[in-house]
Structure formats: structure tokens, C-alpha cells
Ligand binder design. Structure first.
Ligand SMILES: [Zn+2]
Length: 348
């Protein structure tokens, strides 16, 4: 590890692939609902493989899959005793995956998230939040992470507790809000104002992740960029969320009448999916707006990551298999292809 996150961001964009939770659910290794990453204990090889795929796609960051492996999440499935082994295993899996690619200058990060117990009117809940963050940050620090992301938090005050915990541990802090439908934190701050307060409280990088698709995320970024002087992060979900429903929690699919409960979140988002090129456009727009911590959250797959990397002017490992339609039997242009097929390509 040659340079820290901030030095890297000063030089240009850093790409960060997230979205492990949804990826594991789709593959059949994690249950939607409680969304607890027991997979890091039960099938670590599957997590390792997803790390590899994201690294091969061009992610500069290997994020330990500790997301939603926190005390409250383990409580709700009755497995608090698994907290420490789960957290430590996730950190080890991420580090081991990064070490498989010694020629890449990868960064490994820890992760803390919304605790789901924070209540602005209940001071005791703030103490409990802090304890949850402290134990996770400590394990991440012991594992030697390069920085910690605090993410998908919607309350400024909860984020401040996470930030203070990370900074008290002497680590670089990336603070990413998930902003719900009214374009404000749940305690009523605009994203720009909330991020400015975080910067004033010592955050190294501030921004947004999850919940919104690229367009609805981009909508909120200029205000943040304008109000802070530190680096800004943007990691949307790859779904086409709308002005009417900026977040993916309340989307419907008018073209489908067989979705249990009617809402497409979280298991029927397929028809809202962004393709790789839409995510690449998002990455380019981030660069043009001086947003250097660029990524993708729930829904991410390696093809999105690779196209975003290519949009940033890179040739990641999996670029070896970048599409080359010139050799396609019907749509191709290679002179040796049979005209029998190429001549009727439009009719196929
Ligand atoms: Zn997400």
C-alpha cells in the first residue's frame, strides 16, 4: 500500500465497488429481509470470488463485507455470538483477496452502517450506537484497513457518532449518506449542509451512497460539491429511480403483476436495472463535477464496474474480455464472416 486514500483522490478518481449484500442474495447465499451477511462464515469462498470479480473489473477498493453484520442485525436473527467471528472473517477475506493481486495498488476498507437503533429522542440509543460503531471500528483497525466507510446512514446525528468513532481511532473516514425521498437527511438537513457539518467535524470524504439510482444521486451532488472543500463520494444503486420515487424502496414495475406485495424492492428490481453504459456515464459525469470517489452500491455486478473503470480511462484485468462485436456471426464486420448471416442481421 503506497499511498493513502486522500493522496490517491488528490491524484484523480478512485473506483469503489460495493453491493455485496444484493449480489449474495441473488446468488442464493443470503436472505432478503434481515439481510445479514452470514455468508462470510458459511461460504467465504463466494465472497472471495466476488471480491476478485470487482477487483478484476477495476475497483481500487476492496470493501470488507461487514455491512449489516453488526450487533443489531445479529440480534434480530438470534446470533449475536457470531458478531466477532463474522466481522473478523469478513475483514480477513477482503485482505486476502487484495493480496491475491500484488501488482495492483488496492486499498482495503472497513465499513459501518445504519444501526437501525438510532432514535433522536432516546439518548440511550446514541450510547448504544456508539458502542456498536466502536467494536466494529476496533476490529477493522486491528485488521489494518486503509480507511473506513460509514454508509447508508440517513440521520446526520447518527453519522456524527460514526464519524467521531472512526476519527477517535485515528483512521480516515468516508461518510456517505443515503438520502430518502424528500432530498434531506431524516433530521431535516440538506445533503450539502449535512456534509459540510461532517467535514467540519473531521470527515475526510463526504457524499452519498445507496438508495438512489444514478440520476437521482447526481441531482443531489452539486450542492454537496459546492458546500465542502474535501473530496466527495458518489455510489448510487444501478437502478432507474425516478423523481416520483427517488429511492428504490418504493418502486413498482407497471409491466409486471405477479410481484409479491407489489413493491419491486428488494427482489424484483430487474426491470429497473441500469446497464453498464448508464453507470459509465455516471462515472464520467462525476469526473466532470470533480467528484473523485466514484462507485456503485446494491445491484452492482462486475460488468458495471468494468465499464465505469473504462470510462475513467483504465484497462482493468477483465478488459481482456471487453466486448468486441466485430467478430459476432451476425452483427460483426470481420471479412471472414458469412454474408449469409451478416446480410440478414437486422431480421434475426
Ligand atoms: Zn446499497
Amino acid at each position: 500500500m503506497n499511498k493513502d486514500l486522500i493522496s490517491r483522490l488528490n491524484e484523480g478518481p478512485v473506483l469503489c465497488a460495493e453491493g455485496y449484500l444484493f449480489a449474495m442474495e441473488r446468488r442464493g447465499y443470503l436472505q432478503a429481509g434481515a439481510f445479514v451477511p452470514e455468508v462470510v462464515l458459511e461460504h467465504p469462498e463466494v465472497v472471495s470470488q466476488l471480491h476478485r470479480e470487482f477487483i478484476r473489473g477495476g475497483s481500487d477498493v476492496v470493501q470488507a463485507f461487514t455491512y449489516y453484520g453488526h450487533r443489531e442485525k445479529l440480534r434480530i436473527i438470534g446470533k449475536e455470538h457470531l458478531l466477532e467471528p463474522l466481522q473478523k472473517n469478513a475483514l480477513k477475506i477482503a485482505k486476502d483477496a487484495a493480496n491475491e493481486f500484488p501488482n495492483l495498488d488496492l486499498m482495503v476498507c472497513g465499513d459501518v452502517a445504519n444501526t437501525n437503533i438510532y432514535d433522536p429522542d432516546d439518548k440511550q440509543s446514541h450510547v448504544e450506537c456508539q458502542k456498536m460503531y466502536e467494536e466494529q471500528v476496533q476490529w477493522a483497525k486491528e485488521a489494518g484497513v486503509n480507511f473506513i466507510v460509514a454508509e447508508t446512514i440517513s440521520w446526520l446525528e447518527e453519522m456524527k457518532i460514526a464519524l467521531k468513532t472512526i476519527k477517535d481511532a485515528g483512521l480516515i473516514a468516508v461518510c456517505n449518506f443515503s438520502i430518502k425521498s424528500k432530498d434531506k437527511t431524516r433530521d431535516g438537513y440538506t445533503p450539502g449542509d449535512a456534509c459540510k457539518i461532517l467535514e467540519d467535524n473531521g470527515a475526510d470524504v463526504v457524499g452519498l451512497n445507496c438508495f438512489r439510482g444514478p440520476k437521482m444521486t447526481m441531482k443531489l451532488l452539486p450542492e454537496i460539491r459546492e458546500k465542502v472543500s474535501c473530496h466527495v463520494a458518489a455510489l448510487p444503486v444501478p437502478y432507474r429511480t425516478t423523481e416520483k420515487h427517488p429511492g428504490y424502496l418504493n418502486q413498482i414495475d407497471p409491466g409486471c403483476d405477479c410481484i409479491p406485495g407489489g413493491l419491486v424492492y428488494p427482489t424484483a428490481l430487474d426491470n429497473l436495472y441500469c446497464n453498464r453504459y448508464e453507470m459509465a456515464e455516471f462515472a464520467k459525469e462525476c469526473v466532470s463535477k470533480k467528484i473523485n470517489f466514484i462507485g456503485i452500491c446494491c445491484g452492482a455486478e462486475a460488468h458495471h464496474v468494468r465499464e465505469m473503470a473504462v470510462a475513467l480511462g483504465r484497462k482493468p484485468i477483465s478488459y481482456k474480455y471487453y466486448p468486441d462485436m466485430s467478430k459476432h456471426y451476425a452483427h460483426g464486420t470481420d471479412k471472414t464472416l458469412k454474408k449469409l448471416n451478416t446480410n440478414v442481421a437486422k431480421e434475426l
